[in-house]
Design a protein around this ligand. Sequence first.
Ligand code: 13P
Length: 341
Amino acid sequence: MTATDPLDETARAMVAPRKGILAIDETTPTCTKRFVEHGIESTEETRRAYREMLVTAPGAADYVSGAILFDETIRQKTSDGRTFAESLRARGIIPGVKVDKGTRPLEAADGETVTVGLDGLRARLKEYRGMGARFTKWRAIFRIGAGLPSPQAIDANAEALGEYAALAQGAGLVPIVEPEVLTDGDHDTKRCSEATEAVLMAVFAGLAARGCRLEAMVLKPNMVTPGAQSRGQPDPTEVADRTIEVLRRCVPEAVPGVAFLSGGQTGAEACVNLNAMTSRGPFSWELSFSFGRALQYPALEIWDGKALNIPAAQAAVIHRARMSSLARSGAYTVEADRVPE
Ligand code: 13P
């Protein structure tokens, strides 16, 4: 028997059966935008209270393996005086943190970007680990358009993802590697499939170039869907077939798990699509979820910034987490989703 690397164990725990990762790592501007859309004031305290409501939802650990925090949140405390990381660990949920610092435009590029944050990253990783984080996230974004994503954008982001992942592992943290092909546009599913495949091929080359240990990472990709402005409803069978085809081509067996982002899909849409994928198995990796919006809505509207709404909002986030859990075992049904908790 060989000794198991603790990072490999953490990565496997992040994609453990029946559970997924709760993404609540919106930057302050993004969180503020979502609050404003619902008429909720965005302050350090309202953002803290909202995140506390989500992570302390009773029974969350039955469906949630880990939670991705934003820098502001990992420095905050829950009402019982514990830090968010302590509070999560006490509940059996692994704390993680987003470590990229957003994007900057690429020169001469058609609205394309590269994700930044490598400067000083080693020191920040050390600090986050000291605060209790056990994994990290870095998100790169890619646009589909005429000639996009460009080889330049793909290479620049793949290189940065490789460097980030190697640094995270060096600091004792499991990297979530998130290359997101955005849904903006009227492209069809085939176009998304080609772009996603090109991106994932380059990302795994970038990870190999930096010596990233595949057993100690989690891939967080987009599902392969038609563009958000394309006509007609996405067909879950096609989404599942195309997504699995791309993953089988690009994701090495050593990777313990693939945890999808929801990318603007409703909770039900994301569940239907994930559920459809499970029947294409078995796979060498776990197929899981790391949803943001698809878990947080409608809990955000229900909460509405008011303490008295916390129990109902928590029931809503648990419902979405339970539905997502069912979807990853192929047991999700639209009927089950209608039944109030
Ligand atoms: P969505 O599921 O809302 O796309 O968010 C996931 C995420 O972490 C984006 O970086």
